[in-house]
Design a protein around this ligand. Structure first.
Ligand code: PLP
Length: 351
C-alpha cells in the first residue's frame, strides 16, 4: 500500500538497502562516544548545511521528537513567556505544553485562511520568544518566509522559534529569520519515526546559557555541552541518524526540491479544483501549504474516495481532529515519486 499520509509517511525506497548496510557496517552497535559516531554526527551536520542551507553558526541537535522540542524550548530557552501564533491542532498542542511549564504563555489563534497580520500584531514586552507553527500539518496551512521576515524586523529583540516538522527538507527555509527550528524525520525526510531535529542559532544558544537551566535529562545546556564534541547526552537513535545521513547524501539542494514540490502541488490543486465536488480545504493560496494538501467535501464523498483509493492501493491521510469526517490530506513529500503522485492525480480526476 502506497501511503500519502502526512506522517508517518512514505519512506524512501532506498531504505531496505540502507538498513542492511547499517547492520553490515556495524553502526547498530556503535558506541555514541566513539569516533565513528562523532564522525557521523559531524558529517550529518555538515550535510544539513550543504543541502538545507543551515548557516555555519547554527547548531544541529538530536532529540526524540518534535513534541520533546516543545518542552525543551519552554524549559531551557524561554525566560519569561512565549507568544504563539497558530491556527491548527499542532500549534494548539505546542501552546498547551508551553502553558503547563510557563503559565504566563500567550497566543493568538488565527483562521486557516488568514495570514499573519504583522502590522496589527501587538506582542507585549514580557514575551521574549515568538512561537510559529510554520507548516500546520493538521489543517494544511503554511506561513511564508515573508511573514517571518516582517516579524523579525518588527521584534528584533525577541527570539523566534519555528515548528517546521512537516516542511523542513521540503521547502527552502531561511534559517536566519529564526533562532530555533525543529522537525521530525518521519515527514519530509522520508524516514521512520523516532528522531527529532533541533537547530539553534547563536542568539538561542546565548539565551540558553544565560538561563542556565540544567538537571533534567533533556536540559538544553547539557545537550549543547555534549554536542560541542559531536556527542549526545544519552545513547541516541544511532540508526535514525545514520539513515538521515544517507538520505541527506542523496537529496538535491533544497531549492530544487522546493521548486519541484511547488510544481507538483500546483498540478494536484488544479486536479482537485476541476473535480465536481471536492474542494481545497484552504482557499487562500497565501496561507496554503506546499507540502500537505487538505481536500474537503461532503462526508459521504470523502469516505467513498478514501475507500476507493485503498482499493487502488493508495492510502490517503485522514482529516485531523474536527476536520476528520469532511476532509482528507495528501502529503506532497519528497520521498513520494512523481510517478506515484501522477497515479494519485489520475485517480482523483475521476471525481
Ligand atoms: C507531526 C508534527 C508534530 C509532532 O511530531 P512528533 O515527531 O510526533 O513529536 C509537531 N508539529 C507538527 C507541525 C507536526 O506536523
Amino acid at each position: 500500500m502506497l501511503t500519502f499520509a502526512a506522517g508517518p509517511s512514505k519512506v524512501y525506497d532506498t531504505l531496505p538497502q540502507y538498513l542492511a548496510e547499517a547492520y553490515s557496517q556495524g553502526i547498530l552497535s556503535a558506541n555514541h562516544r566513539s569516533a565513528s559516531f562523532m564522525n557521523l554526527y559531524q558529517e550529518t551536520e555538515r550535510l544539513m548545511r550543504e543541502k538545507l542551507h543551515v548557516p555555519e553558526d547554527y547548531k544541529l541537535l538530536f532529540t526524540s521528537s518534535a513534541t520533546e522540542n516543545w518542552e525543551i524550548i519552554s524549559q531551557s530557552i524561554v525566560h519569561r513567556a512565549s507568544f504563539h501564533l497558530y491556527s491548527g491542532s499542532f500549534g494548539k498542542k505546542w501552546i498547551e505544553f508551553a502553558k503547563y511549564i510557563l503559565p504566563g504563555t500567550g497566543g493568538l489563534k488565527m483562521a486557516a485562511d488568514e495570514v499573519i497580520d504583522v502590522a496589527g500584531l501587538d506582542i507585549a514586552e514580557e514575551f521574549d520568544l515568538i512561537a510559529i507553527t510554520q507548516n500546520e500539518t493538521s489543517n494544511a496551512t503554511q506561513v511564508g518566509m515573508e511573514y517571518l521576515e516582517q516579524i523579525r524586523e518588527k521584534y528584533p529583540e525577541k527570539l523566534i522559534a519555528v515548528d517546521t516538522t512537516s516542511s523542513m527538507g521540503g521547502i527552502h527555509l531561511n534559517f536566519e529569520l529564526g533562532d530555533i527550528w525543529y522537525a521530525s524525520v518521519q515527514k519530509c525526510f522520508g524516514l521512520p519515526a523516532g528522531l527529532g531535529l533541533l537547530i539553534l542559532g547563536p542568539r538561542a544558544i546565548a539565551q540558553t546559557q544565560q538561563k542556565g537551566e540544567r538537571g533534567r535529562y533533556n536540559s538544553l545546556n547539557f545537550m549543547l555541552e555534549n554536542a560541542a564534541t559531536f556527542q549526545t547526552h544519552y545513547t541516541p537513535n544511532v540508526l535514525g541518524i545514520y539513515l538521515l545521513n544517507r538520505v541527506l547524501h542523496d537529496i538535491p539542494e533544497i531549492q530544487h526540491t522546493d521548486k519541484s514540490l511547488r510544481e507538483r502541488m500546483l498540478k494536484l490543486e488544479t486536479c482537485i479544483a476541476q473535480t465536481s465536488s471536492l474542494r481545497l480545504l484552504v482557499a487562500n493560496e497565501k496561507s496554503r501549504s506546499t507540502t500537505v494538501l487538505g481536500v474537503s467535501g461532503p462526508e459521504e464523498l470523502i469516505s467513498r474516495v478514501k475507500k476507493e483509493a485503498e482499493k487502488a492501493g493508495m492510502q490517503l491521510g485522514s482529516g485531523y481532529g474536527p476536520l476528520k469526517p469532511t476532509s482528507f490530506r495528501i502529503a506532497n513529500f519528497p520521498a513520494i515519486t512523481d510517478a506515484e503522485m501522477d497515479k494519485l492525480i489520475g485517480f482523483l480526476a475521476n471525481y
